[in-house]
Design a protein around this ligand. Structure first.
Ligand code: ATP
Ligand code: MG
Length: 183
């Protein structure tokens, strides 16, 4: 599945609406230190269902909401939208009736997150599984954080196994097996 665009509103340093068109081929994001390059990648991770605020470099999930700066007041919510090209119909059956799929995640202060797929409210789990089946997602090995290479080298065997399972595309199955065992 191809990412087509990423929309941000009030996410971290992106106070004003920002809409990034992701064209085929390699996309580079360049800019001075602190301009928001990592925030942009975190927005992508977040909309795919990241539930660890630590992975957002935050001390609580509400910290992803624009907290004010310069002459701008803080926002009360943050929203990120990710549009996927589904012309090859690779999405799970529940979401597979359109050529493009927009996943949105919105967080309001002290209210937690809500997710939508093409406007219809869904569970976080649905979004996480959608991406796990497509061998990508918030914990995808193709998203490499600053400093992560060093962490992989120094990680314990179990953590390294998790990385290899993600890379092999079996993480979605693992999650489902765990859920089945709980029932
Ligand atoms: P580097 O080149 O150093 O890696 P970068 O382009 O990756 O920099 P980011 O880490 O994405 O930069 O952005 C950091 C900036 O985002 C900081 O100025 C920080 O104050 C700002 N920021 C983070 N969270 C918020 C928030 N909730 N509200 C407003 N600004 C925020
Ligand atoms: Mg950075």
């Amino acid at each position: 599945m191809k990412f087509e665009r990423l929309r941000l509103l009030g996410f971290k340093s992106f106070c004003e609406p920002a809409d990034f068109l992701i064209q085929p081929g390699l996309t580079g994001v360049v800019g001075p230190n602190g301009c928001g390059k990592s925030n942009l990648v975190e927005a992508l991770r977040w909309v795919m269902g990241e539930n660890s605020y630590k992975n957002m470099r935050a001390s609580g999930m509400d910290d992803v909401i624009f907290s004010g700066g310069g002459s701008r007041a803080a926002r009360n919510f943050a929203e990120v939208g990710l549009v996927l090209d589904n012309s090859e119909r690779l999405a799970p059956p529940a979401f597979n009736d359109a050529d493009s799929i927009e996943i949105t995640r919105r967080i309001e202060r002290e209210q937690g997150s809500t997710y939508r797929v093409n406007g219809k409210e869904v569970r976080a789990r649905d979004v996480q599984l959608l991406f796990a089946d497509a061998a990508t997602g918030a914990r995808s090995p193709s998203l490499v954080r600053q400093g992560q290479i060093g962490e992989i080298i120094n990680s314990k065997p179990q953590a390294r196994r998790r990385i290899l399972e993600d890379a092999a595309g079996v993480a979605g199955l693992h999650t489902r097996r765990h859920e089945a065992e709980l029932r």
